[in-house]
Design a protein around this ligand. Structure first.
Ligand code: 2P0
Length: 339
């Protein structure tokens, strides 16, 4: 018997991935950029074990068994890992041995908090340790085939997922732009508005968007390429003003596309929109961008803020959104201030 245990954090996109050009290979229609959070906060922890005595491949998520054979994505990841093990000449695990996977998230699953990104990144990285495969761009193509955004969680700091041009997806890889030490005072506050499972899963939502949204074509051709260049420059120069503006605009455009999808996908709720207004008012009072919001496929807010501005912002949030101003199933709390 042989085992490996790893932890992988979530990543929060600054320029969003939304839409595929190939469903099975998970090839995106546009590049995206994210920041990976620190491992002490929102993360997945996975143990993979291979044994001669296991009769089938099995997986447990948060203690409950999930059907391994019923998940083409899990099977594809394992198949790709086997392929890389052969290509790398690794003989650590005999090919006939079956594996057991046990994974836990320390945050709500499928509530728009990037659980599949951390989950598949963690699975693929744990398998790479088990099979003795190096962490490199090729490994990101394996995580990508579990869940698109997972390829970005294999690296820390600021990461770009390149859409690539090839039909086989071999150039659709994640690359680190800068490690977290490059901008150590960049923090993220996560305001949990609602931790229920989202109504429209991302995979389905983006499929519908590609089919029905007219805005998505404009975004892919005319908007994202320029934003990628500008955001990379802003990160390189520690330029929070440009960083904040691009991040907020890209979140808004992603949700505009969700609404332009037919039937529409509504991920943000009234509390989310109140947070957007609050951040704009706050920035106006402060005389410049001191905080930037971004929302994924759910109502929860991620706020980017520099460390020196965290106490003041938290204080303002607590004044404007006292916890008793929400009904029982809607609440808001500052969850993390990771590095
Ligand atoms: C992102 N999201 O860039 C965007 C922004 C949600 C909103 O990546 O179908 O769970 O497994 O590739 O990766 C969510 O999509 O979808 C996502 P699949 P995934 O983070």
């Amino acid at each position: 018997m042989i085992s490996a245990t790893c932890v992988a954090p979530v990543n929060i996109a600054l320029i969003k991935y939304w839409g595929k050009r190939h469903e099975d290979l998970i090839l995106p229609v546009n590049d995206s950029i994210s920041m990976t959070l620190s491992t002490d906060e929102l993360c997945a922890k996975t143990t993979v074990t291979a044994s001669e005595s296991f009769e089938t491949n099995r997986m447990w998520l948060n203690g409950e068994e999930v059907p391994f054979e019923g998940s083409p994505r899990l099977q594809r990841c394992l198949k790709e890992v086997h392929r890389l093990a052969v290509a790398n000449g690794s003989q650590k695990v005999p090919p006939s041995w079956k594996i057991h996977i046990a994974s836990v998230n320390n945050f709500p699953t499928a509530a728009g908090l990037a659980s599949s990104a951390a989950g598949y990144a963690c699975l693929v990285y744990s398998l790479s340790r088990l099979y003795d495969i190096p962490l490199n761009e090729e490994l990101t193509t394996v995580a990508r085939q579990g869940s698109g955004s997972a390829c970005r969680s294999l690296y820390g700091g600021f990461v770009q997922w390149h859409r690539g041009a090839l039909d086989d997806g071999s150039d659709s890889v994640a690359k680190q732009i800068a490690p977290s030490s490059h901008w150590p005072n960049m923090h993220v506050l996560i305001l949990v508005v609602n931790d229920e499972r989202k109504k429209t899963a991302s995979t389905k939502g983006m499929q519908q968007a590609v089919k029905t949204s007219q805005l998505i074509k404009h975004r892919v051709d005319k908007v994202v390429p320029e934003r990628i260049t500008q955001l990379r420059e802003a990160i390189a120069n520690h330029d929070f003003q440009t960083f904040a503006e691009i991040t907020m605009k890209d979140s808004n455009q992603f949700h505009a596309i969700a609404l332009d999808t037919f039937p529409p996908c509504v991920y943000m709720n009234d509390v989310s929109h109140r947070i957007v207004s609050f951040i704009h008012d706050y920035n106006e009072i402060m005389g410049g961008y001191h905080a930037a919001y971004t929302f994924d496929a759910g109502p929860n807010a991620c706020l980017y803020v520099l460390e020196e501005n965290v106490p003041h912002l938290l204080d303002a949030i607590q004044k404007v959104f006292p916890s008793d101003s929400f009904d029982s199933d809607t609440y808001l709390r500052g969850l993390s201030v990771p590095k």
